[in-house]
Write a new protein. Structure first.
Length: 220
C-alpha cells in the first residue's frame, strides 16, 4: 500500500511539473515587444539590394518627399480658399450674428458643436480647418473657436474606435488596436477635462493667441 502511495505521489509530482512547464510556455498576446518579427515580410535590407534597387529606392524616397511637400502646399492654399469662400458667402452680417450669439459663448455648446461636426465628417483635421477658416473670415470669434477645436479632439476618438472595430476579425489585432484607441481616447478626454475649465474661467489660450498675433498686421 505504501508502494502504491509513493507511485501515485510521484505520478502527481510529474503531472504537476509537466503542467507547470505548459503554463510557462503560454505566449502573452499583449507582449508585442518580444514577438518574433518575420524579416521576410520587411523586404530586402540595404546591403542585400543591388545598385539598381538602391537607386530606385532613393528615387522613390525623393518622389514621396516631393509629394508630401506639394500636398502640404495645396492644403495651405485650400485653407486660404476656404476662408475667402466664407467671406463671400457670409460676409460681415454673418460675423455679427455669430459674435452676438449667446449660444456660442457657452463652452459646452461650442464643445458639442465641435464633437458633432467631427463625427459627421469623420476627420478632426477637416473640422479644425473649417473652424480656422471661419475665424480667418471673421465669421467666428476666437473664444468659441477654441471650444470647438476641443470638441474636435473629442470627436476624433470615434474615428479611431471605428478603425479598431474593423480589426475585430483577428482577435489579437483587435485587442491591440482597441487598446491603442483607448489610450488615444483617454489622452484627449483628459486634455479637454483639464483645459476646458481653465479656458472657461481664465481664458489662457485666448490670451496666448492674442499675444502671438499681436505683432502681425494686415500690411504684412
Amino acid at each position: 500500500m505504501v508502494h502504491h502511495y509513493s507511485r501515485a505521489q510521484n505520478h502527481f509530482i510529474n503531472d504537476f511539473t509537466s503542467m507547470e512547464h505548459v503554463r510557462l510556455q503560454v505566449i502573452d498576446d499583449w507582449d508585442i515587444v518580444n514577438h518574433v518579427i518575420d524579416a521576410s515580410k520587411l523586404g530586402k535590407s540595404w546591403k542585400e539590394k543591388s545598385k539598381s534597387e538602391r537607386t530606385s529606392s532613393v528615387f522613390g524616397l525623393i518622389v514621396k518627399f516631393c509629394i508630401v511637400l506639394v500636398s502640404l502646399y495645396l492644403f495651405i492654399c485650400s485653407l486660404s480658399f476656404l476662408s475667402s469662400a466664407f467671406q463671400l458667402l457670409g460676409g460681415k452680417s454673418a460675423g455679427e450674428v455669430f459674435a452676438k450669439s449667446s449660444i456660442l459663448s457657452n463652452p459646452i455648446i461650442g464643445l458639442m458643436i465641435g464633437v458633432l461636426v467631427t463625427v459627421l465628417v469623420q476627420s478632426s483635421s477637416t473640422s479644425t480647418s473649417i473652424i480656422v477658416a471661419m475665424v480667418s473670415a471673421g465669421i467666428l470669434l476666437i473664444r468659441p473657436a477654441i471650444y470647438m477645436v476641443m470638441g474636435a479632439n473629442i470627436g476624433t476618438t470615434v474615428t479611431n474606435t471605428i478603425v479598431s472595430v474593423g480589426q475585430s476579425l483577428d482577435r489579437l489585432q483587435f485587442r491591440r488596436a482597441f487598446a491603442g484607441a483607448t489610450v488615444h481616447d483617454c489622452f484627449n478626454w483628459l486634455c479637454v477635462a483639464v483645459f476646458l475649465p481653465l479656458e472657461a474661467i481664465f481664458h489662457p489660450l485666448q490670451r496666448l493667441s492674442h499675444e502671438i498675433v499681436a505683432g502681425i498686421s494686415d500690411d504684412d
